[in-house]
Design a protein around this ligand. Sequence first.
Ligand SMILES: Cc1ncc(COP(=O)(O)O)c(C=O)c1O
Length: 412
Amino acid sequence: MYAKLKEHLSKELNSIKEQKLYKYERVIESSQGAEIIVKGKKVLNFCANNYLGLSSHPELIEAAHNAINKRGYGLSSVRFICGTQDIHKELEQKVSKFLAMDDTILFSSCFDANAAVFEPLLDSQDAIITDALNHASIIDGIRLCKAQRWIYRHADMSDELGMDEATGKEYKGLERCLKEAQNCRFRMIATDGVFSMDGDIAKLKEIVALAEKYDAIVMVDDSHASGFMGKMGRGTHEFHGVMDKIDIITTTFGKALGGASGGCISAHQEIVDWMRNKARPYLFSNTIAPSVAGATIKVIDLLSSTTELRDRLEANTIRFRKEMTAAGFDIISGEHPIVPIMFGKYPDCSKLAVDFANMMLEEGIYVIAFSFPVVARGKDRIRVQISAAHSDEHISTAIAAFTKVGKALGMI
Ligand SMILES: Cc1ncc(COP(=O)(O)O)c(C=O)c1O
């Protein structure tokens, strides 16, 4: 019975292999960190979401062990049947305080939080207005919801309606979408706090102002910001000085906040209460493991007691961006530890980016090339991600390797 599907899949798999789009996994033979073992060799990792260097932090490992010892390995239940422990409630309270939101509801991942958040709140009388470059999980969450959709051109706050010459497609700015959605019952603007390919930060001040003008609520996915953006590391709402103006924050514990797994929705009390009753990935999926809850509590305690790690990350990011720019690389400017090194201005840029990443591994630096369809054609890049775990020496070694390979390939 499987023969026809097998033939189809084999053909498709060969096709993406020929287009160099097949995703191979490089295997790490150590724990996650600034220094990892790949193929028996120590290399420096410059492409993890391990922004604060907490993925293998001894205090988190101890907290995870403690949680296993005291609360077991798993709960074998969804939250509302018999899957809620005191540590789940404690984590929800601590995350709410850290993000300065009323309440928080945990999910197995932020992908699940985004799959959960739209459908219970909005239906066909309502509007979701979403940035064109939002993360796949926001896009999928919106697909699960019956609300009418408006997609605004990435980061375009304007009242414009225009034609994109490159794609031949119509585009709209956010204000235009809000105007068009005025007859809907409720309007929700949904945006990533930080866009993961370019590392650019959503214009939350302008978004909040437009939300006030056009009576909309604002949802932000702060997966690439929670724990380190803003002076106290609270996220993009702190960074932009709009901490009391965001209605819903979704975020992950799988990046800066420990790196294992888990996510949440933090929001107004009524929204969280409604999610506990209606959100399908909450009602029909297992609770997060005690080890993850226990270790994430430790993360929030750690980050609430000192800004040392986010300060270190900020200093590392400023240095790397400055020295790579001085070395002659084309990097997308900004402040975020996602630092995209762009290849579009060079001939055969997709191959060049892949060759570059392979040569960097030879130099002991682990980075990855991103090409179409992950990014637009001609926007090929190596996306470097800086960590607080990087020492000054790690950063010097990486910049020296980039410079050596860049010169060898005639880029700088
Ligand atoms: C912006 C954004 N949202 C959500 C997610 C999903 O997070 P999780 O790994 O917790 O499912 C990611 C992860 O890639 C992300 O980058």
